[in-house]
Design a protein around this ligand. Structure first.
Ligand SMILES: Nc1nc2c(c(=O)[nH]1)N[C@H]1C(S)=C(S)[C@@H](COP(=O)(O)O)O[C@H]1N2
Ligand SMILES: [Mo]
Length: 383
């Protein structure tokens, strides 16, 4: 029922029905649809919309709930005239239509994308950038062609090192040299891996405009910024690309001989996110509560998730559940015996990957305003 018709109905409700409605918001029961509720607006235009993590219900995020992170207005790309070019350090310049691409052998792989700015709202003191809560992360099944197959067609020249992925979207941002496209490079070593796709379908549906129609890159294991949407050009280079989106933006400091130098953001860091309880959720005292969430670790597998319900003093193993696929988040749960005493409780979760890397307790300033995976407690009300 639309809100309009519901309002009309309320207006028309007989007086006798009104006492029933008083004192609470009378809506329909929440729909059973896993895409309910919708996205949280962090910025209306360009669109920056957050997945409501506390409504996590399924390993695959429904398309309607998949977070959106766009730096410019959605470009109008006509799939009929759309072309993808492969240029630069190649023996043979390639130009593909959407039909060409769809005619190539397709693969379908689930992949989790997380924005490098996810959790930014939890950084103290506050930093610049879209103030994401915990939900700038989602998992979908992508269908397309391996980037490697398209690079192969163009025959890369010896000595080439990177491929720049260029989006059709364009605009001016603070510090940019006028109007620029969104672009990101991948070292050819990563670009040729099977987890890097040129995708035209998301969870079995044609890619939507918000997610990069008609074709986007999906770079498994790397922060979402590498997964360029509205892809139009692949430029193979003999030198590493030092573009705006991997130096001024989406870069961190890496120390060499103790001296910080600018480096592009690449792999997702281990993180366990608590979906429920949500921040300041009221949990019933003395009852069991199923704490649950998702954890991911970029190119590595999640080895374990631990939970603390006493603000980090003691830790207990959570149970990894559901699908276990590379480059994807893993759901987890933990049976919490909520104390009988009313008050507050501080919950934490931390992930450790198969290489032994774990989440830091404190924020590392070398990461600027990106790669936010230090531990942040979820405080709840026990009552
Ligand atoms: N062309 C283009 N590609 C882009 C972006 C963009 O603004 N323009 N945003 C990037 C960032 S920072 C992220 S986190 C992901 C988000 O993908 P989604 O909107 O499908 O969730 O897209 C990446 N690809
Ligand atoms: Mo991002």
């Amino acid at each position: 029922m639309s809100s309009l018709s519901r309002r009309d109905l309320l207006k028309a409700a007989p007086a006798a029905a009104l006492p029933l409605l008083a004192g609470r918001l009378r809506g329909d029961d929440p729909p059973a649809d896993p895409a309910f509720p919708g996205l949280t607006v962090r910025m209306y235009e360009p669109q920056n919309l957050e997945f409501p993590l506390s409504a996590l219900k399924s390993w695959l995020t429904p398309n309607e709930q998949f977070y959106v992170r766009s730096h410019f207005a959605e470009p109008a790309v006509d799939p009929k005239t759309w072309r993808l070019t492969v240029e630069g350090e190649v023996e043979k310049k390639v130009e593909l239509t959407l039909e060409d691409l769809r005619g190539m052998p397709a693969v379908t792989r689930p992949t989790t994308l997380e924005c490098a700015g996810n959790n930014r709202a939890f950084v103290v003191p506050a930093v610049a950038g879209v103030p994401w809560g915990p939900g700038a992360v989602s998992n979908a099944e992508w269908t397309g062609v391996p980037l490697a197959a398209v690079l192969e067609m163009a025959k890369i020249k010896p000595g080439a090192v990177e491929v720049i992925l260029v989006g059709a979207d364009v605009g001016t941002v603070t510090g940019s040299p006028g109007a620029i496209h969104f672009d990101r490079s991948l070292p050819l070593e990563k670009a040729r891996k099977p987890e890097v796709l040129l995708a035209y379908k998301m969870n079995g549906e044609d890619l939507s405009a918000a997610h990069g129609a008609p074709v986007r890159a999906v770079v498994g294991g790397w922060y979402g910024v590498a997964s360029v949407k509205w892809l139009t050009r692949l430029v193979v280079t003999a030198k590493p690309h030092a573009g705006f989106w991997q130096t001024t933006d989406y870069s961190i400091y890496r120390r060499r001989n103790g001296l910080p130098e600018v480096a592009p953001i690449t792999t997702m860091q281990p993180k366990a996110a608590i979906a429920r309880p949500a921040l300041h959720e009221a949990v019933p005292a003395g009852k069991p509560y199923k704490v649950f969430g998702a954890a991911w670790a970029g190119e590595a597998k999640v080895a374990r998730v631990e939970v603390s319900t006493d603000g980090g003093k003691t830790w207990d193993a959570a149970t990894l559940t559901g699908e276990d696929r590379p480059f994807c988040w893993r759901t987890w749960e933990y049976a919490w015996k909520v104390p009988a005493e009313k008050g507050r409780a501080k919950l934490l979760a931390r992930a450790t990957d198969a290489d032994g890397a774990t989440q830091p307790e404190k924020r590392d300033p070398d990461r600027r305003n990106y790669m936010i995976n230090h531990l942040v407690p979820v405080e709840v009300i026990v009552r």
